[in-house]
Design a protein around this ligand. Structure first.
Ligand code: FAD
Length: 574
């Protein structure tokens, strides 16, 4: 088979035989584009037989029949759309490969310089000088030149929990929608499992998956990072300066773990007893400390401001204490918990059970205390405390183990963009998740400027709402579906029991299960079993696959509930 690569992501070939298809898959191609119309030759395999064979080998495939010597404008447009939709690398075939190469060249016109186009085709053995003037005229007339090089109907920034769930929910609703996800990382992290790595329940490899395997089929993965947004011209700017245009944008880029906000923390982590469950490569050190510390002082902290999973700082502490209890060392370890807040948890209903756990393990809680400095070598943590008697002061505390939950903030590239609110989060309506000033922009997950708990559970409920509202917006209709602020956090209090905290906006309890099955306010085996045995499967097999179990989007109750987006972007600046 004479396959000729024109770019790393695109190659051409002459007519395929049925048996060639397996070879195409084995060579790493992910898609086939059939350019040759059926019936050009008597020995030609029909497109439908090639399509069936390609599906058997897991390849994506599209048929864009183009007459020999007669490439129409609509062919070029269809080719551009197909190339944007299909996962790469793509192999296009026709009679000799030349028609596919010409079509590629015409589709690139305006996006690559003519010299670069003809050099790439020439290196693959195709002399396309016959279409040089047509390529040049497309290039000169193309008004998009200089702005975006690629266009997608839906562009999702971030392929973490929320981004992939939204792509899957969109794909479930509309199979042929052109969607691309911009995600720089080849690895995907199941972050709710970090607590379980820290507690010695999961192996670290159980929280990592390959991004490539999670991107829904027929969704394009653009492996790059975004550096900025130009919402006035519907464009996203990548770190290498490339621009991508969209009709609708979903921002799902998570948040920033801000290690630099505490001097000394970054350098101290991973040694001298300093650890965090908030970073994948440090969580197992928490478990190591739980298994090796025999006596001394252990400090657990919680930061100020919004952070992922409000219960995770305490989960780390209770699991560690429970390990020490089982090993008989808890009595020799002084444990304290330090939070800038005034209570153990923001929702009163869960506080009594948490207070019992604190008492049971002999933990000393310190409220209105914030970690502000870590000296790993001296094993000293500095806190800023405030009380009526002394006002604000700094207190040094020695430790043998320090579990830190680092401060968290909005991603810098979002905060610096016109899409951010004053705190740097994406400025969306809390029900519809639609941007307040750019109605074709949505936010989902941790980056959204909404007052819910930043959890994967929230993203699970938000993704279908964003998918449904975005499709309405593409049809020119108002956002009609509402997110109620649901968030959830199985608050583990021992190896074997957890509270199933589930709540929505305003701290309303929002249980998914009937009270006779589980009362979320009391430690139960059911909640433990859900967290340790089932959540990971729900995440990978339901949420990231667009199966909206207990997450069907609800319509806004009344027409008057629909927030009206500001008609003019300028209103914002005014
Ligand atoms: P992420 O999953 O973080 O994904 C953001 C994605 O954006 C990443 O893949 C990142 O690479 C990408 N990105 C970043 N910068 C760019 C850029 N410039 N361009 C393009 N892409 C970019 N939730 C629960 O529901 N229950 C729990 O028990 C729970 N426990 C937790 C315990 C811990 C220790 C932690 C850390 C989190 C926990 N969470 C829990 C929270 C939950 O994991 C997050 O809320 C969830 O992952 C948020 O999803 P997201 O897609 O918004 O962000």
């Amino acid at each position: 088979m004479d396959i000729r690569k024109i770019t790393p992501d695109f190659a051409v070939a002459p007519q395929l035989k049925l048996r060639d298809v397996e070879d195409v898959a084995a060579r790493g191609f992910k898609s086939i584009l059939i350019i040759r119309p059926d019936g050009e030759a008597t020995d030609q395999v029909s497109h439908s037989r090639i399509i069936s064979e390609a599906k058997l080998h897991g390849l994506d495939i599209q048929y864009i029949p183009v007459l020999s010597g007669w490439i129409e404008e609509t062919d070029i447009e269809q080719f551009r759309e197909a190339a944007a939709q299909l996962p790469g690398p793509i192999l296009a075939y026709c009679a000799s490969g030349a028609r596919s190469a010409s079509l590629w060249a015409l589709a690139q016109a305006g996006y690559m310089s003519p010299d670069a186009i003809f050099d790439a085709a020439g290196a693959a053995g195709y002399d396309l000088m016959g279409i040089r003037s047509r390529v040049s005229s497309i290039e000169q007339n193309d008004s998009r030149r200089g702005n975006a090089t690629v266009k997608h109907t839906v562009l999702i920034v971030g392929g973490g929990a929320a981004g992939i769930a939204t792509a899957a929910s969109l794909r479930t609703r509309q199979k042929d929608l052109d969607i691309a996800i911009i995600e720089p990382s080849p690895d995907h992290y199941y972050q709710p499992g970090f607590t379980l790595v820290g507690g010695g329940i999961f192996h670290p490899r159980e929280v990592i998956a390959k991004t490539e395997r999670l991107i829904p089929s027929r969704v394009k993965w653009i492996r790059a990072g975004v550096s900025g947004f130009e919402p006035e011209i519907n464009t996203v700017v990548l770190e290498d300066g490339e621009r991508i245009e969209y009709k609708s944008l979903v921002i799902a880029a998570g948040l920033q773990i801000d290690l630099d906000a505490i001097p000394g923390l970054q350098a101290a982590l991973g040694q001298n007893g300093v650890t965090t469950n908030y970073l994948a490569d440090h969580a197992s050190y928490t478990n190591q400390l739980a298994k090796t510390l025999m006596s001394g002082r252990a400090i657990f902290t919680q930061p100020k401001g919004p952070f992922k999973c409000a219960g995770a700082p305490q989960k780390a502490m209770y699991l560690t204490c429970d390990t020490w209890r089982k090993r008989g060392t808890l009595k020799d370890i002084e444990v304290s918990f330090h939070t800038p807040g005034a209570a153990l948890f923001g929702i009163d209903a869960y506080v009594p059970a948490l207070r019992s756990a604190v008492t049971r393990y002999g933990i000393d809680p310190h409220f209105q205390e914030e970690l502000v400095d870590v000296d790993g070598a001296r094993r000293v943590a500095t806190f800023e405390t405030r009380d009526e008697e002394h006002g604000v002061r700094r207190v040094e505390r020695a430790f043998d183990m320090l579990h830190v939950v680092p401060p968290q903030c909005a991603m810098k590239f979002i905060a610096a963009s016109p899409l951010a609110n004053n705190d740097g989060w994406v400025d969306v309506y809390q029900e519809t998740l639609q941007h307040k000033y750019y109605p074709n922009v949505f936010a989902v997950g941790d980056c959204a400027g909404t007052p819910n708990a930043k959890t994967a559970a929230a993203a699970r409920k938000q993704a279908p709402v964003v998918a449904a509202n975005l499709l309405e917006a593409l049809k020119g209709r108002p956002a009609n579906y509402a997110y109620n602020g649901y968030g959830s956090c199985p608050l583990i209090v021992s190896h074997g029991k957890a509270l199933l905290a589930e709540f929505s906006y305003g701290g309303q309890l929002d249980p998914s299960f009937p009270n006779w099955l589980v009362d979320g306010r009391k430690p139960s085996r059911f909640a433990w079993w859900l967290k340790t045995k089932f959540m990971r499967s729900i995440y990978y097999h339901l949420m990231l696959k667009g199966r909206e179990w207990l997450a069907k989007p609800r319509r806004l109750r009344r027409a008057s509930d629909v927030p009206t987006p500001a008609p003019e972007t300028e209103q914002r600046a005014a």
